[in-house]
Ligand binder design. Structure first.
Ligand code: KG4
Ligand code: ZN
Length: 361
């Protein structure tokens, strides 16, 4: 089964065609990073406007890259949420129009279910990855999300924790902005932290007043962000840090963020008794996080699986892949063509991934 999917939840306009949930035949992405860089973060209205411009060329590109026509496509996958509502609606409306015009089933996908699925993707000339065993633990860590999940099977996910304030990627972006280093912050912070001493500054780890299992697994990054700001202000007489001082500051910040992610993921894997952990989302591109997570989990006999960087950041291949399991159920229930109820589907800007993925239509 070949699924063409569209993803427009944030600042990437993406379309992909994926066969049988894992074989990526095409996955062009039109990124808007330059549009938003001058504002230091994503501007929702500009994101929507640029999706409108880019979406049709990107869909055409996907079909031409794969050498396919609409007759070859079995279903259309679409990110229904969560995300920026105006951005989501552009992709959803285009997906609906295409599903109607070409008489294809429309399959809604939760954006984070996509991130969790990315680890199963591969190119046609590569072997299919074995993938994690079920149940496994997944950490989705991006600019908008930082949460742990227990993944029981391809369509059943339980959320174990969430961030209580900022997402980890957001903290990288904000620290980058404080130092005038641009957007997105993650890649530049990682690069400039490389010569730094991660022990130079001891930043605190979050402590929640409430007890219980949730407090063991929840995240918090706003305290860390404030601690970095306080450090910068305290040294304001010397101007913004540069050279080794900046490298030490960034390496210490990165160490604190990574420590928090690793500690909680390790706890979750132990609680679930999982032998495999999946790390996904834009922050999973961070090589210090990957290495520290891999080493720490190995001490517990747990294996780490990470999608390739292209499929860690927002993309439509993960959406097409995640749509596969639900597409089969959808076609069994409603038939292979466009269904009248598909026309009523709307975007869900805030949507928790805490129930079977075949969500309310
Ligand atoms: O998954 P993604 O493309 O979009 C969201 O769904 O948010 O993630 C983007 C986030 C940004 O906050 C960016 O700064 C962060 O991922 N990121 C990184 C790295 N590369 C991207 N954070 C830390 N280290 C990196 N190398
Ligand atoms: Zn994402």
């Amino acid at each position: 089964m070949k699924i063409l999917a569209i993803e427009t939840s944030c600042d990437e306009t993406a379309c992909a065609i994926v066969e049988d949930g894992h074989r990526v035949l095409a996955d062009p992405v039109a990124t808007q990073i330059e549009v938003h860089a001058r504002y230091g973060g994503v501007v929702p209205e500009l994101a929507s406007r640029n999706h409108v411009v880019d979406i049709v060329p990107v869909v055409r590109q996907a079909l031409s890259d794969a050498g396919l026509t609409w007759a070859d496509i079995d279903a259309i996958g679409i990110t229904r949420g969560p995300g920026l509502v105006g951005a989501l609606l552009v992709g959803l409306q285009v997906a609906k129009a295409l599903a109607f015009a070409h008489d294809k089933p429309l399959v809604p996908v939760h954006h984070l279910a996509g991130h969790l699925h990315a680890v199963f993707l591969h190119r046609p000339d590569e072997p299919k990855p074995a993938g994690p065993a079920w149940p496994h633990v997944a950490l989705a860590v991006s600019g908008g999300h930082t949460a742990l999940y227990r993944v029981d099977d391809p369509t059943t996910v339980h959320q174990l924790s969430n961030t209580r304030d900022d997402a980890a990627g957001e903290a990288f972006d904000k620290v980058s902005r404080m130092l005038g280093l641009g957007y997105p912050g993650g890649p530049v912070v990682e690069r400039l932290a490389r010569p730094g001493d991660p022990e130079a500054i001891r930043f605190p780890q979050p402590r929640f007043k409430d007890g219980g299992p949730r407090a063991q697994l929840d995240f918090s990054f706003s305290g860390l962000k404030t601690a970095v700001l306080t450090w910068i202000k305290r040294h304001a007489a010397e101007g913004l840090p540069e050279g080794q001082a900046r490298a030490d500051l960034l390496a210490s910040f990165q160490r604190a963020a990574v420590d928090q992610l690793v500690l909680r993921t390790r706890r979750a894997a132990a609680q679930v008794g999982a032998g495999d952990v999946v790390l996904s989302g834009g922050v999973a591109c961070n090589s210090v996080l990957r290495q520290r997570m891999r080493d720490a989990l190995a001490e517990d006999g747990v294996a780490l699986q990470v999608p390739r960087p292209r499929w860690c950041t927002d993309n439509a291949a993960m959406i097409a892949g995640a749509a596969f399991a639900n597409a089969q159920a959808r076609i069994a229930a409603l038939g292979p063509g466009h269904a009248p109820e598909d026309r009523r589907m709307t975007a869900i800007a805030s949507w928790r991934l805490h129930r079977p993925l075949e969500a309310a239509r």
